[in-house]
Design a protein around this ligand. Structure first.
Ligand code: MF3
Ligand code: CO
Ligand code: CO
Length: 251
């Protein structure tokens, strides 16, 4: 991705804040009996009411406005009519487009009180995301981020997903570079000042394979753990600056 102009940086800051507000707004609807289709509709209408567009809708045929990944679902879960139940752990992933720029963020939510193991893996994903973000330096490499994430996650006894990761973002939803959740310091692609990336580690409870499922009429796949154990994820969109970074998807 090429460096953003000051005006484009402002647009990324604006859409980042909007996506964060949407995600925060959706949290109150994560209750037993609510369906993810209902949350999807709320997200869709809220986004349009702000003059923005939900990026997932129609993206490579994706049928909904948000991704809702429950329990063993790793990412790209498609909202449906199953009512949420006490004990469910759900990642909601939102991406808004405003003035031609994208803001992408996700968080874990719990239906009723979180089980100890769901809370623990979710905390790990949250902290891993921040470890990854803190490893960003202008002129650094994507491997710095992956190294920091992998080190933290493996020390906690969890397994970072290697096949899927973060990405460049801006006028495109998904651009260069790929931002892995493993790697070597100083390796990978350069982190260029005045470009944006997402840091979005997916963390699994076990080292079981991940299974890919197709979505009707879409080339997007969704992923689950083969052994149906838990997976957790958090995501921020981050601006790389001359001096460091700025997290854009904060309210
Ligand atoms: N928001 C997801 C990400 O973090 C991408 C979702 S693509 C979709 O990259 F088509 F599934 F919506
Ligand atoms: Co996302
Ligand atoms: Co993303």
């Amino acid at each position: 991705m090429k460096p953003l102009s000051p005006d484009e940086v402002k647009k990324m800051q604006k859409v980042g804040r909007l996506a964060a507000e949407l995600l925060q707004h959706l949290g109150q609807y994560v209750t037993a009996g609510t369906t993810t289709n209902e949350i999807d509709k709320i997200a869709h209408d809220w986004t349009l009411s702000k003059g923005a567009t939900p990026a997932p809708l129609g993206y490579h045929g994706f049928p909904k406005s948000i991704c809702t990944s429950l329990n063993e679902c790793i990412c790209h879960g498609v909202p449906d009519d199953r009512p949420l139940q006490d004990g469910d752990a759900i990642n909601i992933d939102v991406t808004c487009i405003l003035d031609g720029f994208h803001g992408d963020t996700s968080s874990m939510f719990f239906v009723g009180p979180a089980s100890e193991k769901a809370q623990a893996i979710s905390d790990c994903a949250y902290e891993a995301m921040h470890k990854g973000i803190e490893a960003i330096t202008p002129g650094g490499k994507t491997g710095d981020i992956g190294f920091a994430i992998n080190k933290f996650v493996t020390r906690k006894g969890y397994y970072p997903v290697r096949e899927i990761g973060g990405h460049g973002i801006g006028s495109e939803f998904h651009g260069d570079p790929f931002v892995p959740s493993y790697g070597k310091k100083g390796k990978g692609e350069p982190l260029r000042p005045w470009t944006c990336i997402t840091v979005e580690p997916m963390i699994n409870e076990t080292g079981a394979d991940i299974v890919e499922f197709s979505i009707p009429d879409s080339t997007i796949k969704y992923y689950e753990t083969a052994d149906k154990t838990l997976s957790a994820q958090f995501e921020h969109t981050v601006l790389i600056t001359d001096e460091g970074y700025e997290i854009l998807t904060q309210v």
